[in-house]
Design a protein around this ligand. Structure first.
Ligand SMILES: NC(=O)c1ccc[n+]([C@@H]2O[C@H](COP(=O)([O-])OP(=O)(O)OC[C@H]3O[C@@H](n4cnc5c(N)ncnc54)[C@H](OP(=O)(O)O)[C@@H]3O)[C@@H](O)[C@H]2O)c1
Length: 313
């Protein structure tokens, strides 16, 4: 347990500070039920996240069907330390796909109830894929709901958190959002979010880069045959990743360390969001974060040529 989170920096346009890493909780509480046998272990894991080396924990209304927020709420009920916060996201109605102003307000209410709070310091609009950009930004659309929460002082800052670069660029282009969370698109395999990150930076937004391991493959390595961006990896990608592992090994480091530092070294990224599924991952992650990467490695990695990224949007 750390008394203070490590290496905090201001998150522009928000009331928050972030550590270089933010812990992602899409796995947290999955399969648990209130008061059920797995809940206590999940709460202990959440307590470790909230008292560990990093200032922020990232969740969402719909992660683990609401159990991620619920477990974090139990863990935080005795209070969390100064300089620490939970960031969450509004989600569509999963049954109907409705994602309008009313749904955003209700999603916020659900999140507050589960987290045991009355206000949220940073609330993202999450994966607005079930509605068009025009619907979301039109009268009584989801964006109106986000703005209303901010106007009422119930959230300090609003973000857009999603993958598809073209769509997210439209939301960033409105100038209404304080933060960007992109994922799987600024890694050693795929850099398609770079123009988006540059645009957000030029607008003075806070920038989170999530899934530096592509959700799996870059943490587990080519031999695992792991997925990238939550889909099966084609053979050409596994071959490229095996070559990247050789580059890492030649420089005395591991593929996950290289994958993590690719994001950490960008001056435009305020915090890198990494998913963890068990307590020991937190200490492992801190060891990866403090691993020194030789400067020459990056040129050798670039010499491999671009990876055959499976991301097509
Ligand atoms: N639209 C959005 O807003 C959006 C989308 C994607 C992600 N996110 C956020 O970003 C977070 C991260 O994304 P992600 O979890 O999908 O992808 P990720 O961070 O690229 O990868 C997570 C995987 O890395 C492994 N891992 C983590 N630390 C490790 C370590 N020290 N050593 C070895 N393996 C390690 C974990 O393995 P184990 O399972 O074995 O622990 C986990 O399976 C999410 O939890 C979520 O909070 C947001």
């Amino acid at each position: 347990m750390n008394a203070q989170p490590v290496e905090t920096r201001e998150l522009p346009r928000t009331s928050l500070k972030a550590s270089p890493i933010t812990l992602g909780t899409s796995y947290l509480g999955r399969g648990t039920v209130p008061g059920g046998p797995g809940e206590q272990a999940a709460v202990e894991f959440a307590e470790a996240m909230l008292s560990g080396p990093y200032a922020l924990v990232d969740t969402s209304n719909e992660y683990a069907q609401g159990r991620s927020e619920a477990v974090l709420g139990i863990a935080a009920s005795a209070g969390i330390g100064p300089g620490r916060a939970i960031v969450t996201k509004t989600d569509r109605d999963v049954a109907t796909g409705v994602f309008d102003e009313d749904r955003v307000l209700w999603s916020f209410e659900e999140s507050c109830t589960r987290l045991g709070v009355e206000r949220i310091p940073l609330l993202h609009l999450h994966d607005p894929y079930s509605v068009s950009f025009e619907e979301a930004t039109g009268p009584r659309g989801a964006v109106a709901g986000m703005l209303r929460l901010k106007d009422q002082g119930l959230v300090d800052a609003i973000g857009i958190a999603a993958g598809r670069v073209g769509l997210v660029a439209q939301y960033v282009g409105t100038g209404l959002f304080d933060a960007l969370l992109t994922h799987n698109r600024y890694t050693i395999v795929d850099q398609s979010a770079l123009p988006l990150i540059e645009e957000a930076t030029s607008r003075g937004m806070a920038v989170f880069n999530a899934a530096p391991f592509g959700g799996n493959l870059l943490a587990k390595g080519a031999a695992s045959g792991g997925s990238y961006n939550y889909t099966a990896s084609p053979p050409a990608l596994l071959e490229w990743v095996a070559r990247a592992e050789d580059v890492a090994a030649r420089h005395g480091v591991t593929l996950p360390a290289v994958a993590l530092h690719y994001s950490l070294r960008s001056p435009m990224i305020h915090s890198t969001v990494v998913g963890v599924s068990k307590i020991e991952r937190i200490a492992e992650l801190e060891r990866l974060r403090t691993t020194g990467i030789p400067d020459e490695l990056w040129a050798d990695l670039e010499a491999l040529g671009p990876a055959p990224s499976p991301v097509t949007d």
